[in-house]
Ligand binder design. Structure first.
Ligand SMILES: [Zn+2]
Length: 736
C-alpha cells in the first residue's frame, strides 16, 4: 500500500496552503492544571498508549523536525518484488529533566501516533521530509519505545522550515522543554547537508515562481560531495552480524561494486563516500566501522524499533561528542539477524539507514537506502513500487556486486549529468517534430556533444513530468536488471524535479517501437509520440523522435504487416532480433519485445514500408541457438498472407550466435508506392465510433479505444487494418 501517496492525497483535501497549515485544533489550550490534562489525554488515548513508566506528558508547545522513513520488505508470495511501508517520524532533542539516563546530546526519533488517522500519518499533511517542523500543543511521549501520542484535542501544525526562520528569536527564548534549537549543530543541520543544499535551492526557486503561477525552471544544483561515512556493526546479546568487520568494510567501501565505488562510478566522481576516521570514547581507533553492543536479546524480542533505539543510543555513547552532522554525513546501521522480516530502511533527506544482516553487504540495498537519504523515491512500474528494475530505486538484490545506476527521473534529480540534460516542452517548441540522440549513463564521458543522458518532457500545467533515457546495458550499468538497451520513459508521480518523489515506468522501447502520451499536459486530444528510431556507433547512440502529433499534420507511410514469431527456450534473455533496411539508410523497422518467460510463444507485428530491402538479424548471446538442449524454441517470419519467409531453431536445429536473413517487400497494392500528390492528405483519425470487428459481430469503438486495446494491427469487417482508420493514434503517420 502506498501510504505516502495516501498522505499526499489526504493532504490536498485537508489543506490548501502549501507551507504552513493548522491541521486541527482551533482553541488555545486552557490553563487547567496539568495533572487533569494528563488524565484526560491518557483516557482519550487509552486504546493506543500501552502502560509504561516512561511516559512524559508534554504540555508546552513541542516542536520537532519531521522525517519520512521508508521501510523496505523483501519479496513474499503476495508481493513477488517486495513491498514498502512509509512512516513519519519526528526528531526531538531530549532534555535531561525528562530523560536523565540518556546523554543530553542524544537525539530521539519518535514514531508519531495519531488516533485521528488510520495509519498515524495524516497528521503531517504536506510535510516535506527534513524540511518541515511539527508543532503540537500537547502529547504523551513514551521515551523508551519511543513514540509520541497526540490526543485529539491537541493543536497540531506543520510549518516549513523556511517560514519558521522568521521565528528563530522566539524559539530561543521559549521555555519549551522540547524546543529544538537552531543554533545546535546536531539539530539545525537535521538532514544531510547535500540533500539540504540541493533541495533548498529548488524550493526557493519554486516559491518565487509560484507567485506568478508558473512552474520553476530546473536548476543546476546536484547531489555532490565527499561524504564521511560510518558503519555501525551492531551486536545483540544473542545475535551477531554474519559479515565480519573487515568483510563489511570491503563490501561497503572497496569492492568492485559497492556503496562507495558504485556511487563514485555512477556520478563520475562527483559523489564519493569516504570511511569516517576518528576514535571512540575509549580511544579505540575507528576506520569507517564501529562495533556496538546492545543489551537486547533478539530471541525474546524481535521488535526492530527497540533494537534501533538501543543501537542509536549506544552509538552516541560510543562516539562521545563525534556524532554531529558536521563530522559524519552518513551512518549505516548493520543489524544482526532476528529482528523481523524487514530488509532495510532509511530516512529521506537524513543520514541514517538500517540494514537487516545480509542486506548490509548487498550493493543494491546500500545504493537504494542511501538513495533515500539523498532524497530519492522509489522506481515503480505497473504494479508495485519496485517494478522499474532498470536502476537501484526499484527492487533490491542480495548480490555482492551489481553494476547498475539509476533511472532517468533519478538521473535528472541527482544532477550528475546536468551538462547533458535537456528540458523540452514538445507543445510549444517551434518544431513539431524533433530528434534527440540519447546516450546511456555509461557513455556519459565519451558521448558526442549533442547527445543527452536525460530528456525531460515538461508539462507546464502539471508536475508529473516525463523523463526519457537510454538504459544501455554496458560498463557501469552492465548489470541493469530490466529493459537493457531500451529507451525508457518514466513519469515522476509526485514532487518537483529535484525533490523526493516516486517515479513510474510507462514504456520501454526497442528500435522501431513508439509510445504515445495522450492528453499531454492535460490538453484534450493533444498527443505526443516518442519513437526509438535508430541505434548507431556500436550501440552507443540511440536516436529518438518526439512528435507533437497534432501539429505535425502527418500522412501515413504505406506499409505491409509482417509477423515475427519466437518461441523462447529455457533461457529467454539470450535472444534478440532486429529488422533493418538492407543498404540505404540502415533504418530499423522492428525489434523484439522483452523475452523474459521460458518456453513461451511471442508474436510481434511489424509494418514494413513497400519497395525496400530488409535484413533480419537474430542473436543468441550464449551461442547455443534456440534448440534443442535447452528447450524447443524457434523463430520464423510470416508475410502479410501468412506465408513463412524463413525460420530457425527447431525448424533448423543448430547452434548459432548470429543469423541473418534477407528479404524484400515489393510494391504495395493500389499504387501505394506513389506517395500522396499535392496537396497531401492530412493525417487524420476517423471521428467517433465505427464497427471495428472483423468477425461480423458489431463492435462500435473509437480510435482512442483501438489504441488503448492495442488493436491497431487487427482488421475490420472489410479486411482493412484498423490503423488505416486511426493513423494518428496508431502512430502510422510520417512527418512531411
Ligand atoms: Zn526503498
Amino acid at each position: 500500500m502506498n501510504t505516502f501517496l495516501q498522505v499526499l492525497l489526504a493532504a490536498t483535501v485537508l489543506v490548501s496552503s502549501a507551507s504552513s497549515s493548522t491541521l486541527r485544533g482551533s482553541t488555545v489550550r486552557d490553563q487547567d492544571e496539568s495533572q487533569s490534562h494528563y488524565q484526560r489525554a491518557l483516557r482519550e488515548l487509552s486504546s493506543f498508549v500501552p502502560e509504561s513508566e516512561h511516559h512524559r506528558h508534554l504540555t508546552e508547545e513541542t516542536k520537532c523536525r519531521l522525517y519520512l522513513q521508508v521501510i523496505d520488505y523483501p519479496p513474499t508470495e503476495e508481493h513477488p518484488r517486495g513491498y514498502s511501508v512509509d512512516e513519519w517520524i519526528c526528531f526531538l532533542r531530549l532534555d535531561d529533566e525528562y530523560n536523565s539516563d540518556i546523554d543530553s546530546s542524544h537525539p530521539l526519533y519518535v514514531d508519531i501516533v495519531d488516533p485521528e488517522s488510520v495509519d498515524g500519518n495524516v497528521i503531517v499533511g504536506t510535510a516535506r521530509s527534513g524540511f518541515s517542523t511539527l508543532l503540537v500543543s500537547e502529547a504523551i511521549l513514551d521515551v523508551k519505545q519511543p513514540k509520541m501520542y497526540i490526543p485529539r484535542h491537541a493543536q497540531v501544525k506543520v510549518v516549513d522550515n523556511d517560514d519558521d526562520d522568521d521565528n528563530h528569536d522566539d524559539n530561543d527564548n521559549d521555555n519549551s522543554a522540547y524546543n529544538y534549537n537552531n543554533d545546535n549543530d546536531s539539530l539545525a543541520a537535521g538532514h544531510i547537508s547535500i540533500g539540504h543544499l540541493g533541495t533548498h535551492q529548488d524550493i526557493n526557486d519554486y516559491n518565487s515562481n509560484s507567485n506568478n503561477n508558473q512552474r520553476r525552471t530546473s536548476t543546476t544544483s546536484a547531489v555532490t560531495g565527499n561524504l564521511k561515512t560510518l558503519v555501525v556493526r551492531v551486536t545483540a546479546i544473542d545475535s551477531e552480524v554474519t559479515a565480519k568487520p573487515n568483510q563489511l568494510f570491503d563490501n561497503i567501501f572497496t569492492d568492485d561494486s559497492c556503496l562507495a565505488t558504485q556511487y563514485k562510478a555512477c556520478s563520475y566522481g562527483k559523489l564519493t563516500m569516504q570511511p569516517y576516521k576518528g576514535t571512540t570514547v575509549d580511544n579505540q581507533p575507528i576506520n569507517g566501522i564501529v562495533d556496538v553492543k546492545v543489551g537486547v536479546k533478539l530471541a525474546k524480542n524481535d521488535d526492530v524499533k527497540n533494537l534501533q533505539y538501543h543501537a542509536v543510543t549506544e552509538t552516541y555513547k560510543a562516539m562521545g561528542g563525534a556524532m554531529p552532522h558536521s563530522e559524519i554525513d552518513l551512518v549505516l546501521f548493520c543489524f544482526p539477524p532476528g529482528s523481523g522480516g524487514w530488509a532495510a530502511y532509511a530516512m529521506v533527506n537524513e543520514r541514517f539507514s538500517y540494514y537487516n544482516n545480509e542486506a548490509c553487504s548487498s550493493v543494491s540495498a546500500q545504493l537504494h537506502e542511501v538513495g533515500h537519504n539523498l532524497g530519492l523515491g522509489h522506481s515503480g512500474g505497473g504494479k508495485t513500487h519496485y517494478d522499474d528494475t532498470t536502476g537501484f530505486m526499484g527492487e533490491s538484490y542480495n548480490e555482492d556486486d551489481t553494476h547498475m545506476c539509476f533511472n532517468p527521473a533519478k538521473n535528472y534529480q541527482l544532477g550528475w549529468y546536468d551538462d547533458k540534460v535537456v528540458d523540452y516542452n514538445p507543445l510549444t517548441h517551434r518544431d513539431a517534430v524533433r530528434t534527440f540522440v540519447v546516450n546511456g549513463v555509461s557513455d556519459y564521458k565519451n558521448s558526442i556533444s549533442k547527445a543527452n543522458i536525460v530528456v525531460r518532457l515538461e508539462m507546464p500545467d502539471k508536475t508529473e513530468d516525463f523523463y526519457i533515457g537510454f538504459n544501455r546495458k554496458t560498463g557501469i550499468n552492465r548489470d541493469t536488471k530490466g529493459d537493457g538497451d531500451r529507451i525508457t520513459v518514466v513519469r515522476k508521480e509526485i514532487g518537483l524535479p529535484k525533490e523526493y518523489g516516486m517515479s513510474v515506468k510507462h514504456a520501454a522501447l526497442s528500435i522501431g517501437q513508439f509510445h504515445v502520451l495522450e492528453n499531454f499536459n492535460n490538453e484534450q486530444n493533444r498527443s505526443i509520440r516518442i519513437k526509438y528510431d535508430t541505434n548507431t556507433n556500436n550501440g552507443r547512440d540511440a536516436t529518438i523522435t518526439i512528435t507533437d502529433i497534432t501539429r505535425a499534420n502527418e500522412v501515413p507511410i504505406p506499409c505491409a504487416e509482417y509477423v515475427v514469431e519466437l518461441k523462447t527456450d529455457n533461457f529467454p534473455n539470450d535472444n534478440s532480433w532486429v529488422i533493418i533496411e538492407d543498404g540505404g539508410t540502415g533504418q530499423s523497422y522492428g525489434a523484439n519485445p522483452e523475452y523474459n518467460e521460458k518456453n513461451k510463444l511471442y508474436t510481434t507485428t511489424v509494418c514494413l514500408p513497400y519497395n525496400t530491402n530488409y535484413k533480419f538479424e537474430i542473436v543468441d548471446t550464449y551461442k547455443d541457438g534456440l534448440c534443442c538442449d535447452q528447450g524447443d524454441g524457434y523463430f520464423r517470419a510470416l508475410d502479410p498472407d501468412g506465408v513463412q519467409l524463413f525460420a530457425g531453431g527447431s525448424y533448423d536445429p543448430k547452434d548459432f550466435q548470429v543469423e541473418e536473413f534477407k528479404f524484400s517487400v515489393g510494391a504495395g497494392p493500389q499504387n501505394q508506392n506513389q506517395l500522396p500528390t499535392n496537396p497531401p492528405v492530412p493525417c487524420k483519425d476517423r471521428k467517433g465510433k465505427f464497427n471495428w470487428s472483423g468477425n461480423g459481430k458489431k463492435k462500435w469503438r473509437n480510435c482512442r479505444w483501438i489504441l488503448r486495446r492495442k488493436k491497431c494491427d487487427k482488421s475490420d469487417k472489410n479486411g482493412k487494418q484498423l490503423w488505416m482508420h486511426c493513423p494518428k493514434k496508431c502512430g502510422r503517420c510520417s512527418a512531411r
